[in-house]
Design a protein around this ligand. Structure first.
Ligand code: GLU
Length: 346
């Protein structure tokens, strides 16, 4: 109902606005980009305070880039991201593109789970138009806030014809980062995001993208996953391996009815005997287990002999991305060989 209202409103607004500029919709979800602190140099602050209109009006010249419309989807810290909001974002963007109501979408987002929302949409939105996610490491009230330039770059990218069919992208600190690899690698510094396995897709410079590479994985328009009509997603969880880890966590998740479990293994996706028994128990109860690694680069494959080759592996997907791919894959299949194929292709 709410979505139909938004869509109808946008259609009217864009129809009434005679412009040759690209039409970009900004979906605001909160985070530090909407954050406010009591002092300009203060480290502690409150995320998710400013409205999207306040954020847009703090960015000089942004209106020159595109015909902009802002929609406040929620105003949260992204550690509180919910499945319901992911599905709302998916449905809203799907609707905007299906009915040609805009040329590109920007999502403003807290940085803690930005990489997860990006990968979820990368797997599910079957469109070629650009979706760009951005945020900030410093609140809007900071001495040198990074949010305004990040938003400027994100809108410029979403408005660019060069950005089509590249999958969902994250723009932070002038980098264009692909959803399939981007991850947060620093807790506080403005240079907090990278693609540790493949490097950035490109950079933003002077309001223009410079692309250096393409994603080698299936995404967006070439995705096989159709989640239209779904109101929930299979429950998938992560367990973390470490020296003398117990089987308590994996057994609890199995008993709680998880559909899938990703193991953030040590090294090349390894774990000890206790966890191995927990995995066998999970698998015997129909839980799909995928081996990933707590190590940031190198991935987990099926090649070497030391490793437990009974379960699908995540290749270069880190545990939080592997969890999302497993969640989406389980909407389609529960066959381990198929799950392994999917991990190779996405
Ligand atoms: N933890 C908050 C969030 O992810 C603030 C961090 C940020 O946006 O940089 O929304």
């Amino acid at each position: 109902m709410y979505r139909r209202f938004i869509t109808a409103g946008l259609l009217l607004l864009f129809t009434l606005t005679l412009t040759s500029k690209p039409r970009v919709v900004i979906l605001a979800t909160g985070g530090t980009i909407a954050g406010s602190a009591a002092g300009a140099a203060q480290a502690s602050y409150q995320p998710g305070v400013l409205s999207i209109q306040q954020i847009i009006s703090s960015v000089p010249d942004i209106e020159k880039l595109a015909d902009l419309k802002g929609i406040q989807v929620c105003n949260i810290s992204s550690q509180n991201m919910e499945e319901r909001i992911w599905l709302e974002l998916f449905k809203t963007i799907d609707n905007l593109f299906t009915h040609n109501l805009c040329d590109g979408v920007v999502i403003t987002h807290g940085t803690d789970t930005m990489e997860e929302t990006a990968y979820f949409l990368n797997l599910t939105l079957r469109h070629t138009k650009p979706v760009v996610i951005t945020g900030a490491m410093r609140p809007a009230t900071s001495l040198s806030a990074d949010g305004p330039f990040n938003l400027y770059n994100a809108v410029a990218l979403a408005a660019s014809p060069e950005a089509h069919n590249r999958g969902v992208m994250v723009v932070m600190n002038d980098y264009i980062l692909s959803a399939d690899d981007v991850t947060k690698t620093n807790t506080v510094n403005p240079d907090a995001f990278s693609c540790p396995n493949y490097g950035p897709l490109g950079i933003m410079r002077d309001g223009q993208p410079r692309f250096y590479r393409e994603s080698p994985f299936r995404h967006t328009a070439s995705s096989e996953f159709d989640i239209t009509g779904l109101n929930s997603l299979p429950v998938t969880e992560i367990i973390y391996a470490y020296a003398f880890s117990s089987d308590v966590a994996i057994n609890a998740l199995t008993a709680a009815g998880a559909a899938g479990i990703v193991v953030a293994g040590v090294g090349h996706g390894n774990y000890n005997r206790a966890v191995s028994k927990g995995i066998e128990n999970a698998s015997s109860k129909g839980v799909m287990v995928v081996r990933s690694s707590r190590i940031q680069t190198g991935g987990v494959d099926t090649a070497a002999e030391e490793y437990d080759s009974r379960w699908p592996v995540s290749y270069n997907k880190n545990p939080q991305k592997a969890r999302i791919l497993l969640m989406v894959a389980l909407t389609k299949t529960r066959d381990a060989a198929e799950i392994q194929r999917i991990f190779k292709e996405y």
